[in-house]
Design a protein around this ligand. Structure first.
Ligand code: C2E
Ligand code: MG
Ligand code: MG
Ligand code: MG
Length: 284
């Protein structure tokens, strides 16, 4: 503890904390302004069936596009946005824009897969969230079955009962749910069986060192067969190499997402990708 290290350290520690609190507050203000200025936009990353060479979905990943055109990644703002509740208007802004793009691409026949949206616990906890989604989908004439929500395993496990209830509501509407970052959140088989989910997303930390790392290989195979036994779909994220893809295919996981096919792209660039795939697809 800083206190144990004497007066000067304590002074240093407190002033450090103040700096941190100040930075936090200033970021909070900037995020709030950015929401008002409509600066949060969706990027899209394709999810691929690696056997059929077919695009089965697009994951929406938020980016902050500042007035001077800088693109800021979620690591810079998601945590503070979640802590302060700003994630609620932020995510809704991104979701609205993403769904509009998606419906346009569908109409043009560029995609027949799903749109996959990341959902924060705070969002699910809102009493009006279900109503918000339902109204939005009716307004823009979007079939709920075209959507999927991703919720991280650790988020689900920290509020198991409430999350299960909320997820069931969405399921009744026809929206599918995937567990994001699977393998990092300590859920047990017993729970998994009861959750109203239809897909597991294997966390990228298990994919990174495949196929060499033996522990990761065993964990990945276990998750794949667990999904299979429970009747769930499975997708691997963070797939960057042909070797990783080959390992996953050999072990029964055809669905993959990662830099091997594409980084997350803005709407214009993903549209080009959709037009070209799979003809011009160039797995490195
Ligand atoms: P996630 O949902 O697990 O998303 C996967 C992250 O891995 C994304 O980072 C993606 O850009 C990155 N990624 C994809 N393929 C590869 C690959 O082949 N190699 C490597 N090294 N990385 C890859 P990103 O976009 O920075 O997002 C980070 C996290 O922020 C997301 O993790 C998600 O939890 C959160 N997030 C992003 N957008 C939103 C959003 O709109 N709403 C909410 N609530 N959370 C979001
Ligand atoms: Mg995700
Ligand atoms: Mg993930
Ligand atoms: Mg993550």
């Amino acid at each position: 503890l800083a206190k144990d290290q004497g007066r000067n350290n304590f002074q240093f520690y407190t002033s450090n904390l103040t700096d941190q609190a100040f930075a936090h507050l200033s970021m909070q203000t900037q995020i709030r302004q950015a929401i008002d200025n409509n600066e949060f936009i969706p990027y899209f990353q394709p999810q691929i069936d690696s056997i059929q060479q077919k695009i089965i979905g697009l994951e929406v990943l938020a980016r902050w596009q500042t007035k001077d055109g800088k693109i800021i990644a979620p690591i810079e703002f998601i945590q503070i946005a979640e802590k302060t509740g700003l994630i609620i208007p932020l995510d809704r802004q991104v979701m609205l824009k993403a769904i509009h793009h998606f419906l346009r691409w569908r109409k043009q026949g560029l995609i027949d897969g799903k749109l996959s949206l990341n959902l924060a616990v705070k969002q699910l906890e809102q009493d009006d969230f279900f109503e918000f989604v339902n109204t939005l989908l009716c307004e823009v004439d979007c079939n709920p079955e075209w959507l999927e929500f991703e919720i991280t395993e650790s988020d689900i496990m920290t509020k198991l009962d409430e999350m299960t209830r909320k997820m069931s509501q969405l399921r009744q509407l026809g929206i599918k749910i995937a567990i994001d970052d699977f393998g990092t959140g300590y859920s047990s088989l017993a729970y998994l069986k009861k959750l109203p989910v239809s897909k597991l997303k294997i966390d990228q930390s298990f994919i990174r060192d495949l196929p060499q790392d033996e522990d990761d290989a065993v964990i990945t195979k276990t998750i794949i067969s667990m999904a299979d036994n429970l009747g769930l779909k499975v997708i691997a994220e963070g797939v960057e190499t042909m070797e990783q893809q080959a390992f996953l295919q050999a072990n029964g996981c055809e669905q993959i997402q990662g830099y091997l096919y594409s980084k997350p792209l803005n709407a214009d660039d993903i549209e080009i990708f959709l037009r070209q795939f799979p003809d011009q697809a160039k797995p490195v």
